[in-house]
Design a protein around this ligand. Sequence first.
Ligand code: F6P
Length: 363
Amino acid sequence: GKGLAVFTSGGDSQGMNAAVRSVVRMGIYLGCKVYFIREGYQGMVDGGDNIEEANWSSVSSIIHKGGTIIGSARCMDFIKREGRLKAAYNLVTRGITNLVVIGGDGSLTGANLFRQEWSSLLDELLANNKITKDQREKYKFLHIAGMVGSIDNDFCGTDMTIGTDSALHRIIEAIDAIVSTAYSHQRTFIMEVMGRHCGYLALVTALASEADFVFIPESPPNLDWREKLCSKLEQERKSGQRLNIIIVAEGAIDREGKPITAELVKNVVVENLQQDTRITVLGHVQRGGSPSAFDRILGCRMGAEAVMALMEATPDTEPCVVSLDGNQAVRLPLMECVRRTKAVAQAMADKNWDLAVQLRGRS
Ligand code: F6P
């Protein structure tokens, strides 16, 4: 059977295990020899025990677990050609020419680069007598399929990334807990949520928790935000509300690009309204814990689709990323999605927020 390997790379997210499980089982079902690569690209470079053949039962009892059981890492060695040469050797000598990568845009970009270089890496291995002429010929094509695992929902091309829904569940649970204590003491709480440069988690959280105010990077407020915030909080209290909730995305900024931090917001509230105010930074709690039903199913469906894409690939099939489009798992050109995601980052850096939001939407 064909050699196929699956690995997780970059920050972990809930639902990655469901995806790994689905890749392994679909691969075996379709007659492949399936491998785990542990610790992301680092395991691919280091080889040895990091690359291990998987069987049907090695992915039993993992669908309900958060994180990734095969480990993940941000790998510096893979950035250098020398590291990629080692990785190519480790794959070829095991007959692996199909890769499923589960990670963010950096991890997917790395995979694409690896594929572009594959031929020249094999030539170098052959020239150094590391592989045989037969191996060079037999394994000359590398096929890649990607899936986006991230709580941030910051990747262009997919409606949801694997992990976002679970993170939202965790955040909402935490806010519900905070609300009960805030209510008792008539306090104001400022909750900082993750998402890096993406405000999706903060925005959805604010809607789902009846928050009074939200700060997100894609819609930086005008410089009079302090007045607006205070009058809104005051108005809610006057109308009988016993507490206020403010959501701050960790990447929130103002129109000048300066960070709006939970601390800054707290100072504004305390100085102007003298409200009893506390900050809760949710941190990595958002990335932990068991995956929601949605993320389990998403991981399963994407994993199966990724394997099918690889099995149908011809020598000139471009790498794909499996995306959620409405209710369908679809294949999109990987590099186009990565390019769009990078264009969003550029638009944000240029303070062109309208363009960023437009690019994030469906094409
Ligand atoms: O990308 C996922 C994420 O959790 C972001 O929301 C956050 O900014 C970042 O990773 C935290 O990174 P680390 O786990 O390295 O602290």
